[in-house]
Design a binder for this molecule. Structure first.
Ligand code: MN
Length: 313
C-alpha cells in the first residue's frame, strides 16, 4: 500500500516533475493537477515542476498548462492525478518519464504506475492532494488552496453529492483558512454563459421521462451548432434533469463530430456504472460516462436504465 510518505520521497528524489490529468478536464482534474504543482513548487523551489494537457477554454480562468518538451521527460518523475484509466490520460508522453505515480479517487480498474495511491472514499483528487500536503506538513499557498477548493466543490457539487464525507468538510475548512475569495470562486463555478441558459431550456423542453423516472435527451451536432456549443460546454447542463422531482436516473446523449454519442449518465440513488461499463465507459456509482455507436444503442442504454429502476423498485 502506497503511503503519502512514499509519494513525498519520490518527489524529493527527482529534479523534474511533470503532472498529468485526464482529458476533457473538470475543476477537480485541473485543481488537483495545478494545486499539486503549486505545493511542490512552494516547498521545493529548486525543482522544475510542469503541468501538461489540453488547455480547456471554459476553464482557463482557473488554471493554464505549461509548455513541456519531449526532452523534459528524460529522468523525470511523472504524476497522473484524477485519472482511472490510461487511455484517458491527457498527453500520451506520461509513460516516457523515469518513474510514474498514479493518484486517484475513481474505482481502480486499470492498475498503472510504479506507485499507485487510490482512495475511492475521497470525494475528489483535490481532497487527496490537500490531505497529502497537510499530513506531510507541506506549506500550502493561497493559490494552491484556491485550486484545491475548486476541485473539491467541483466534484461534490458544492458538498451536495454523497461522495462528500466528514473528512471532505474538514479538509475544505482547512483550505478556507487561506486567503482566496471562495465566494467569488463558487459563484463563478455556478454561473454560465447565456447560450448555456438557452441549452437548458432546450433540455427541459425535450427531456423524455418515463413513469419510473428514467429520463433522456439527445443533443445532436445540429443542436450543438444552433447553440454554438462544444461538447465540453454541455457539461454545464448535465445535472439539470436531476432538479426535476420525478427524475431518478438520466442519460444525456451528446453526438460527436464522428457520429458516435458521448453518453453522460447520472442517478440520484440507483447504481448506474455497470450500465456505463457495458457501453465502452465507466465511472462512479451515481455519475458515469459511456459511448454509443448508434441510435439503437442509445435506445438500448435507455432501456437498461429503465430496467434498473424496475429492478430497484
Ligand atoms: Mn475527480
Amino acid at each position: 500500500m502506497t503511503t503519502f510518505k512514499d509519494i513525498l520521497d519520490s518527489i524529493k528524489a527527482y529534479d523534474t516533475i511533470i503532472i498529468h490529468r485526464h482529458m476533457k478536464p473538470d475543476p477537480d482534474a485541473l485543481g488537483s493537477q495545478v494545486g499539486l504543482k503549486e505545493i511542490i513548487q512552494a516547498n521545493f523551489p529548486q525543482k522544475t515542476v510542469k503541468v501538461t494537457g489540453y488547455d480547456e477554454p471554459t476553464l482557463d480562468w482557473l488554471a493554464q498548462m505549461d509548455v513541456v518538451a519531449d526532452d523534459d521527460y528524460k529522468g523525470a518523475l511523472v504524476i497522473v492525478v484524477d485519472t482511472a484509466n490510461r487511455p484517458r490520460i491527457d498527453d500520451s508522453r506520461y509513460s516516457t518519464g523515469d518513474f510514474l505515480i498514479k493518484i486517484d479517487h475513481h474505482p481502480d480498474e486499470d492498475f498503472y504506475g510504479d506507485l499507485s495511491y487510490v482512495d475511492t472514499t475521497a470525494s475528489s483528487a483535490s481532497e487527496i492532494i490537500t490531505d497529502f500536503a497537510l499530513q506531510n506538513q507541506l506549506e500550502l499557498t493561497s493559490q494552491a488552496a484556491r485550486l484545491l477548493y475548486a476541485g473539491i466543490i467541483g466534484d461534490t457539487g458544492r458538498f451536495l453529492y454523497p461522495a462528500t464525507t466528514s473528512k471532505t468538510l474538514i479538509i475544505a475548512s482547512k483550505l478556507l483558512k487561506y486567503d482566496f475569495d471562495f465566494a467569488a470562486l463558487a459563484r463563478q463555478m455556478d454561473s454560465f454563459p447565456y447560450k448555456i441558459a438557452k441549452l437548458l431550456a432546450y433540455v427541459f423542453e425535450h427531456l423524455d421521462i418515463d413513469d419510473q423516472g428514467a429520463a433522456r435527451v439527445v443533443l445532436s451536432q445540429e443542436v450543438l451548432k444552433t447553440f454554438e456549443l462544444t461538447d465540453a460546454e454541455t457539461s454545464a447542463i448535465v445535472s439539470a434533469p436531476g432538479k426535476i422531482e420525478t427524475v431518478r436516473v438520466w442519460a444525456i446523449f451528446v453526438e460527436q463530430p464522428d457520429g458516435h454519442y458521448r453518453v453522460r449518465l447520472r442517478s440520484k440513488t440507483a447504481v448506474i456504472n455497470e450500465v456505463a461499463k457495458r457501453h465502452a465507459g465507466g465511472g462512479h456509482p451515481l455519475a458515469s460516462g459511456a459511448n454509443s455507436y448508434s441510435l439503437a444503442e442509445n435506445d438500448q442504454i435507455y432501456q437498461e436504465l429503465q430496467d434498473l429502476l424496475k429492478a430497484s423498485k
